[in-house]
Design a binder for this molecule. Structure first.
Ligand SMILES: [Fe+2]
Length: 256
């Protein structure tokens, strides 16, 4: 089996805290293949500003796969269709994109440091917050590798603003409490975290001597509409403002 069914306890944890850790969500083999592909992309340095701007100080980003690639077949699986719909409490999801590979270099390299705390809702062009980000570990990552941390229940705080634009420290501005910050995670290849679009999250620097590779992508409500914001995933697609994401680039994910 390539993708496991998430448990009712995991769904409950997600709804309560706004995120959850899903050990062994994907077979290790899926992660290993993605990792090999990521290392291939890394050799072509021109791709490393996929998201651009301040995000480059958090990680280097490389474009994800074509939807037809066997490497990302798991994203279209009914198991993930069911998992994502259950987490969001809606009948069905669409894939927003196959996402991107994210590389955080060791802190020593002085290329990337901490990933500033933020909500994914800002910068994505959906008209509603019912979407989630899946972050897949592409290899075993120890606690010191800079895996993500999340503020429990922060998805209930509303939209807190574009933290990257004005260097606002969202934790200070909104007085987020240390006790609500999730513990650092050690992840194995194929483990994933999922977080709600409004969940405040960030990551410490990668304090190991090795690269840290993840793959992040988004499932959104099948009924979400395009809010007109320019975005790397919609720039070559003619979508009217307020239209459904009814385009092959944003496929509905079956649940059966
Ligand atoms: Fe994020």
């Amino acid at each position: 089996m390539q993708v496991r069914e998430i448990t009712e306890a995991e769904v409950k944890a997600f709804k309560k805290r706004g995120w959850t850790y899903l050990p062994h969500l994907f077979d290790r083999e899926i992660a290993e293949r993605l990792h090999a592909r990521a290392l291939e992309l890394e050799r072509d340095k021109k791709h490393h500003t996929f998201y651009g701007g301040k995000v480059n100080s958090f990680f280097r980003s490389y474009p994800g796969e074509d939807q037809k690639s066997p490497l990302v077949k798991f994203m279209f699986s009914p198991a993930m269709g069911r998992n994502s719909a259950r987490l969001l409490g809606i009948p069905q999801v669409r894939l927003f994109s196959t996402g991107g590979y994210l590389l955080k270099m060791p802190e020593e390299a002085k290329e990337q440091g901490e990933t500033a705390y933020h909500q994914d809702f800002l910068g994505n062009p959906m008209d509603r917050s019912t979407f989630l980000t899946v972050w897949v570990a592409l290899h075993d990552i120890p606690v010191a590798g800079g895996t993500m941390r999340f503020y429990d229940r922060s998805h209930r705080l509303g939209v807190l603003g574009q933290a990257f634009a004005d260097h606002m420290d969202i934790r200070v501005r909104y007085r987020l409490k240390n006790k609500d910050l999730s513990p650092p995670l050690a992840m194995q290849a194929g483990d994933a975290t999922v977080h709600h679009s409004l969940t405040v999250h960030g990551a410490p620097p990668n304090r190991t001597a090795n690269q840290r590779w993840g793959l992040a992508y988004i499932y959104m409500d099948a009924d979400a509409r395009y809010d007109g914001t320019p975005n790397v995933f919609t720039e070559n697609i003619k979508l009217e403002r307020d239209a459904l994401f009814d385009h092959p680039a944003f496929p509905l994910i079956p649940t059966e």
